[in-house]
Design a protein around this ligand. Structure first.
Ligand code: ATP
Length: 498
């Protein structure tokens, strides 16, 4: 009797589980049909990340035709960057996510599939977008933010990308052609380059061109002007700061410029102004390719190519003990000398053309031209401030007149009134007379007085802004500071002005 009862119960259990299996099967089929109708796309993968099934709509979004077999292929091979495998691995659903497929932003859901014991057996991915209209504002907002982010990224990349290439470095003279040939060769080799030349000869421009033509062109180009940063801030600026390195250093680490130049180029402008105390740290960067942020005892490897520039005589600075000899030899692997403008007077004409074109673009209107006599005047000048000084003079000439042509008279008046070194251009006459008893100043003192006067006038014209005053004088900021110190001229800093 007992056996009979057991047999009936077992039969009932079997029948119930068969019914349940059939029910499950119907539910599964209904669910698949529902997916197919409800969603823009659906895909099913197994626990190994291989596709078991994909609906036609998903295939269409991927640009696959019905004949392309997808079943059995790894999901990432068919849907690049798919995250379904992660859902299998962690067993948690991604109920709403935004996912890019073939350039389209789609709202998707990813759900793990589990067996009776809770083991993950696969995952289903569904594209919801278009059917779920209520998500549209969210997606639009996301797309707007994504566009802003892309634009900001592009801007940052542009800012860090080199500004100039070799073709923008104007000059046909033999000296410039030779320089460009050497520089092109240097760009291909991943070695340290030292740019030597007077102020305004185009060292920074050439550094950008070297970076743009090098294998590091897609990396950052980071410039540090050693002369423009106070000595006590320079170490942090270059090497970065560890959290809490000093009072006020902040809880987060701050990357220095050397780290920011990782996989790119570090342009050390005015390297002659590098304080001796930091020179050994810089040497370590060149030798060991590593940095130690301020307040840290950790070294960080860096991959940077160094381009250094100076208008100073580094060799002499070494002799005078102002620059470390070992650093000098490390930097001087491939020196490139930029010739001053007075050694390549033939370049003045093409330079003027380009500079006048640039001015026309910046200020609007048609590009001005120079008369032959104006050009001769320019070629007779000494150009201590080189191309920067030439650019400044042309800028003032364009402001001085509305004429289409700039003539010799315009150039003469500018040189006589504004240029600190106009003596070489203005016609020299013998009309000066000396009263009996009047003393004649030694030339050195007369020149120093004239320089002092020019600096004061430039400062006044620039409203005390030193960068602007240096620009007006056609000299670098570093040189301007040196001259202020030499002449003992005290200025009111911008922050302390009322
Ligand atoms: N060969 C050139 N072709 C076109 N523009 C040039 C050339 N050389 C210099 N310039 C222009 O002259 C100005 C000064 O150049 P740059 O700043 O590169 O000189 P620099 O040698 O680095 O000067 P400094 O030593 O004072 O920093 C810039 O506006 C630059 O565009």
């Amino acid at each position: 009797m007992e056996r009979l009862v057991d047999g009936v119960a077992a039969r009932r259990r079997r029948a119930a589980s068969a019914r349940e299996a059939g029910l499950r099967d119907r539910i599964a089929r209904a669910a698949v049909e529902l997916f197919d109708q409800l969603y823009e796309g659906a895909v099913l993968i197994d626990a190994g990340g291989q596709i078991l099934w994909m609906n036609d709509k998903y295939r269409a979004i991927l640009g696959l035709n019905g004949m392309d077999p997808v079943e059995g292929r790894p999901v990432e091979e068919v849907i690049p960057n798919s995250r379904l495998r992660e859902v299998v691995a962690c067993g948690r659903a991604d109920l709403i996510d935004i996912f890019e497929v073939e350039g389209r932003q789609l709202v998707v859901s990813r759900i793990p599939l589990k067996d009776e014991d809770g083991r993950v057996t696969g995952a289903v991915g569904m594209i919801l977008y278009d059917r779920v209209q209520s998500l549209k504002p969210l997606v639009d907002k996301f797309q707007g933010l994504q566009r802003d982010l892309d634009a900001a990224r592009r801007q940052l990349a542009d800012a860090r990308r080199a500004k100039y290439g070799f073709s923008q470095f104007i000059g046909n003279s033999e000296a410039v052609r030779l320089l460009k040939r050497q520089a092109r060769r240097a760009a291909e080799r991943d070695i340290t380059v030292l740019l030597l030349g007077e102020t305004g000869t185009g060292k920074e421009m050439l550094a950008h061109a070297l970076h743009a033509a090098s294998g590091r062109q897609s990396g950052p180009m980071v410039r540090v002007n050693t002369a423009a940063i106070p000595e006590n801030l320079l170490e942090a600026e270059l090497f970065g700061v560890a959290p809490g390195a000093f009072t006020g250093a902040g809880a987060k680490p701050r990357d220095g410029k050397i780290r920011l130049a990782h996989r790119g180029t570090l342009f050390l402008d005015e390297i002659g102004d590098m304080p001796v105390s930091l020179q050994s740290k810089l040497l370590r960067v060149l030798q060991e390719r590593e940095i130690e942020p301020l307040g840290s005892n950790r070294v960080i490897p860096v991959d940077v190519r160094v381009i250094a520039a100076t208008s100073r005589d580094l060799g002499r600075m070494v002799e005078e003990g102002l620059f470390r000899a070992d650093l000098y030899y490390r930097l001087n692997v491939l020196p490139l000398r930029l010739p001053p403008l007075r050694e390549r007077l033939d370049d003045i004409e093409p330079l003027c053309e380009v500079l006048l074109d640039r001015l026309a673009i910046d200020q609007g209107g048609r590009p001005r031209t120079l008369t032959d006599h104006a050009l001769l005047r320019l070629q007779a000048h000494d150009w201590p401030g080189n191309v920067r000084e030439l650019a400044n003079l042309l800028e003032r000439a364009v402001l001085l007149t509305d004429d289409a042509e700039i003539d010799a008279g315009h150039i003469d008046s500018l040189m006589a009134t504004h240029m600190p070194s106009a003596a070489g251009v203005a016609p020299v006459t013998m009309t000066a007379s000396v009263e009996p008893g009047e003393t004649v100043e030694p030339l050195r003192e007369a020149l120093a007085a004239a320089e002092r006067d020019a600096i004061r006038r430039a400062l006044a014209a620039a409203g005390g802004v030193k960068t602007q005053a240096a620009k007006l004088l056609g000299i670098s900021r570093a040189q301007f500071y040196e001259k202020l110190a030499t002449h003992g001229i005290e200025t009111v800093t911008a922050s302390s002005r009322p």
